[in-house]
Design a protein. Structure first.
Length: 359
């Protein structure tokens, strides 16, 4: 584990200068250095935790199976003593610290050599990549476990729903048979129908169990055959070469390109379907309006037909009255044509005779 004593020792001159008076600039610089040191401590703790997990995993893998580690091996000089390039880095860091101490005018600082074994950038990247791969593998494993659990729960829910529906149907059938087996005269149950119902129900259950037993045996045979095929495929897969994998990758790319093309076509077809559905909705609206107008027009036509029939009847009546009036007119015309007025003397005689008769 990486030590942080050297980072804490950097604050020692400040503690030794506790008797002196601080300026504002010294306080600001002290705060900045303190924040920087805290950030470095947090980063180092994170790195330490990451490296510890990687180291524990490597130890577990080495105890279980002798597998070559993914981390680049550290040389013997680096592992035993901090000499070589690591010691040069430490010496440069120490000189930089001494320069900072002289600029601060610190007195007799006890400089301790830092014997930390620093990892190279490649080693750190290798550790990070291995941890990232392990996290991905763990995520995929958990996803597969969750998918299996969800599938199992969905199948359980479906089975429970089917059983519930069958139970409800059985209850309804039993209630119907119970109602039909009651004697209308004595209002008592007839046991023959109920016994027959249970006997038929048990026979149906037995036939269903036999069917399911035969189906399960067939499925077991199929599972055994598929397991044998998988073993053969695994044995054949071990003999595959890199060329086959490259060919599979090329085919996969081609299929992905085809899938993209089909997705684009699907999007275009969806757009067309949306346009056609919009047109259909517009046509439906116009059809509804036209049907309403047609109903209104039909009602108006019916009213006009009624008025037409009424006017025809009125015309027939008027024509009959006209014929009668014409006959009267003709008779009057004939009378007027054949009218003869009497003479004036005859009229005077008859008038005088009338007056005499009245007297």
């Amino acid at each position: 584990m990486i030590e942080t004593k050297s980072l804490v020792n950097e604050t020692s001159p400040v503690h030794r200068r506790s008797g002196t008076t601080f300026d504002d600039t010294d306080e600001l610089e002290f705060q900045q250095r303190l924040e920087k040191i805290e950030r470095e401590i947090v980063e180092l703790k994170f790195e330490n935790s990451l490296f510890e997990t990687a180291l524990e995993r490597k130890k577990a893998e080495s105890t279980i199976s002798h597998v070559s580690p993914s981390i680049p091996p550290v040389s013997s000089s680096q592992a035993t003593t901090p000499t070589g390039s690591y010691q040069d880095l430490i010496n440069t860091s120490l000189t930089n610290r001494n320069d900072r101490v002289t600029r601060k005018q610190s007195k007799s600082r006890s400089t301790q050599s830092d014997f930390r074994i620093l990892l190279t950038l490649e080693q750190k990247l290798a550790i990070i990549m291995s941890e990232y791969e392990q996290i991905k593998i763990e995520k995929m494993r958990r996803e597969t476990i969750n998918e299996k659990k969800t599938d199992q729960l969905e199948s359980d829910v479906e089975w429970i729903n089917i059983e519930q529906s069958d139970f409800e149907l059985a209850i309804t059938e039993f209630l119907k048979i119970k109602d039909s087996s009651i004697d209308k005269r004595t209002h008592k149950l007839i046991g023959e129908k109920i016994n027959r119902y249970f006997h038929e129900h048990l026979q149906a259950r037995e036939s269903l169990t036999n069917k399911l037993r035969s189906r399960s045996s067939g499925l077991k045979r199929q599972i055994i055959r598929l397991e044998a095929q998988l073993k053969q495929q695994e044995e054949m897969g071990e003999s595959l070469h890199e060329v086959d994998f490259n060919q599979l990758e090329m085919e996969n790319k081609q299929y992905l390109d085809k899938i993209d093309e089909k997705n684009i076509e699907l999007v275009l077809l969806k757009r067309k379907v949306a346009k056609v559905s919009k047109l259909i909705n517009d046509y439906k609206v116009s059809l509804n309006t036209n049907t309403i107008d047609l109903i209104d027009i039909q009602q108006r036509i019916n009213k006009q037909d009624i008025l037409y029939k009424f006017t025809e009847q009125e015309i027939i009546k008027a024509s009959s009255e006209q014929s009668r009036a014409a006959k009267k007119h003709n008779n009057l015309c004939d009378q007027i044509e054949h009218y003869q007025a009497p003479e004036i003397l005859d009229y005077v005689k008859k008038k005088s005779l009338l007056c005499n008769l009245q007297r």
